[in-house]
Ligand binder design. Structure first.
Ligand SMILES: C[S@@+](CC[C@H](N)C(=O)[O-])C[C@H]1O[C@@H](n2cnc3c(N)ncnc32)[C@H](O)[C@@H]1O
Length: 236
């Protein structure tokens, strides 16, 4: 007799001379993950925090760049994956389980980064599984990011940077305004055009309803979406 458990495949992701194991229940890297990693700019000796690290792609790359890295996630399988992938790539990453700032109370960092769940989520979808944790960003997509931005000042060292990705439909000007209101100096680090996310098509009417800066066409299905890496710097 055989069972699926004993016959499970092994999914690997290779990038930049690194190899990552993608376990069941943890999202494989997507275009947004690679875009995020390309603009991390973690420096040797810096203390780096990644919130929502998934399988640890950015965390491992930052550690390989010489940073001292704490990486968190709310999904236990992701935290396990971060540890495995750090080991696989010969670096040390301090992987912690927990929601948003909870795993790092009282700690400060030079760089705090996140490629967070940010897909605007219609009401009445209270799923808490790993796939929902990876994608769902609350009604307007800002649920996790708002908490990250609000807490950043208390966790950044002077001159430290908060770095995150957004889809254009969350609002570029909105992002800059939120950072400014939180006492950080905002800037757009990079932009990239990507395929419109598959989940986005399923939620297109809801996304149009929350798209305050009118980035999604009203009269046709969008083929692509603009993505931004946004930075907020705490004045030194
Ligand atoms: C879009 S995925 C990004 C994963 C990875 N950083 C990447 O770029 O491929 C978002 C990740 O955030 C995690 N997450 C969701 N809510 C969280 C929360 N409140 N605190 C910490 N991590 C969270 C999810 O489990 C998921 O791994």
């Amino acid at each position: 007799m055989s069972s699926a458990g004993s016959d499970a495949g092994l999914v690997l992701f290779a990038w930049r001379d690194c190899l990552f194991r993608v376990p069941e229940g943890v999202q494989p890297p997507k275009a947004g993950s690679l875009f995020f990693c390309r603009h991390l700019a973690a420096r040797p000796g810096e203390r780096v925090l990644e919130i929502g690290a998934g399988l640890g792609l950015a965390a491992v790359l930052a550690a390989r760049a010489g940073a001292s890295v704490v990486a968190t996630d709310v999904v236990p399988a992701a935290v396990e994956a971060i540890r495995t992938n750090a080991l696989l790539n010969g670096v040390r990453v301090d992987a912690r389980l927990g929601d948003c700032w909870a795993p790092v109370g009282g700690e400060r960092f030079d760089l705090i980064c996140t490629n967070p769940p940010q897909m605007p989520t219609p009401p009445g979808r209270p799923r808490t599984d790993a796939a929902a944790a990876a994608d769902n960003g609350g009604a307007d997509g800002w649920e996790i990011l708002d908490r990250v931005i609000r807490g950043a000042r208390d966790h950044l060292r002077p001159g430290g940077r908060l770095l995150f990705t957004i889809f254009a439909f969350l609002g570029r000007r909105t992002a800059l305004g939120k950072l400014e209101a939180a006492g950080l100096v905002p800037s757009i680090v990079a932009s990239e055009t990507q395929d419109f996310p598959r989940l986005g098509y399923e939620r297109i009417e809801h996304i149009r309803a929350v798209d305050a800066e009118a980035t999604v066409p009203r009269d046709r299905a969008p083929a692509s979406v603009e993505r931004f890496v946004v930075r907020g710097t705490l004045p030194a």
